[in-house]
Design a protein around this ligand. Sequence first.
Ligand code: ASP
Ligand code: MG
Length: 410
Amino acid sequence: MALIVQKYGGTSVGTVDKIQGVADKIIATKNAGNDVVVVVSAMSGETNRLIDLTKKIDPNPDPREYDVVIATGEQVTIGLLCIALIKRGCPARSYTGSQVHILTDSAHTKARILDIDEARVRQDLKEGRIVVVAGFQGVDQLGSITTLGRGGSDTTGVALAAALKADECQIYTDVDGVYTTDPRIVPQARRLDRITFEEMLELASLGSKVLQIRSVEFAGKYGVKLRVLHSFQDGPGTLITYDDEEHKMEDPIISGIAFNRDEAKLTVAGVPDKPGIASQILGPIGKANIEVDMIIQNVGVDGLTDFTFTVHRNDYDKALKVLQDTAKKLGAREVSGDNTIVKVSVVGVGMRSHAGIASTMFEALAKEAINIRMISTSEIKISVVVDEKYMELAVRALHDAFHLEKMPTV
Ligand code: ASP
Ligand code: MG
């Protein structure tokens, strides 16, 4: 007998009919001889609706009370789902985050899970019940309700799976797995059978919004076997797992092409090339609470150098002002920027053991006459910044160049 944690997202429980369908699915899993713990999100659109209500009263609502409001969506779905299960003759019990002691820190609206007391869940399972837990919410030391950040139900699912040492954590959603890239851009994009935690983190942070990033970090840290599946279509989904020896041979070198439209870049030209410059430029940016992504500094010529970095597009205007102030202080030649750029990345653990990935990438972009504005690399990814108007073309060209549409040869 296996212990399975199933998490159903907002679209999977978006209507009463869908909730009934989910109940049938859960019962089928139980009847196949498994213990089942279920985590659900709020009905689709509900969390947004609740957020809007708070903002109508105060655009910057008190964080503790904001969490009290936005955590309620999940309480509705756990109850409805249990009503559906019990109506079908299947014993079930629902719990809010605080009832199963999902203990978090007190960072309201983005709290982190510290501990779960899983004794109560185990007792219910022993007595033959399905346990349904509200995603997205927890409770802090003071007994205040907290929430885990948008998409946080994924993290509740993984954390419960870790605490219960579940055999698998299944994330049911409106896609049938993780794809080589966004199928809306490349119709030939292929569902991946497997992907490593590391690759998934790169893909998630680069804009493939299938899972909350934190849930993937959590799963990697605690060794939770994580699978993404479609709620209403049968199929194997995508298994997110370690880069193990057993699979190395059949793993493709490149797993996917990620992209991020939310980028902007800023350059300060003609700054003195001397110790402390990077910190003098980026220090004020950090102090203004602006996150920096790529950073590039030129080799100095005649004692001067250029410095370029990227930020989230929403922070562009703010960053530009801060940088202009800094430039004046440093006596830099000029400040320039561009908020019509995107980042496109090639991701794959196979890069570690294969040369030539960068040249294939640059060649493919050159063939399409796409100018590369910035380049950055890590052990398992190569990212380029290009003009926004070339994004789709770049993604398609790279998907093609790395033959991602074909099945990997075994
Ligand atoms: N309902 C929450 C949200 O929309 C949490 C989740 O769905 O995972 O962000
Ligand atoms: Mg989600």
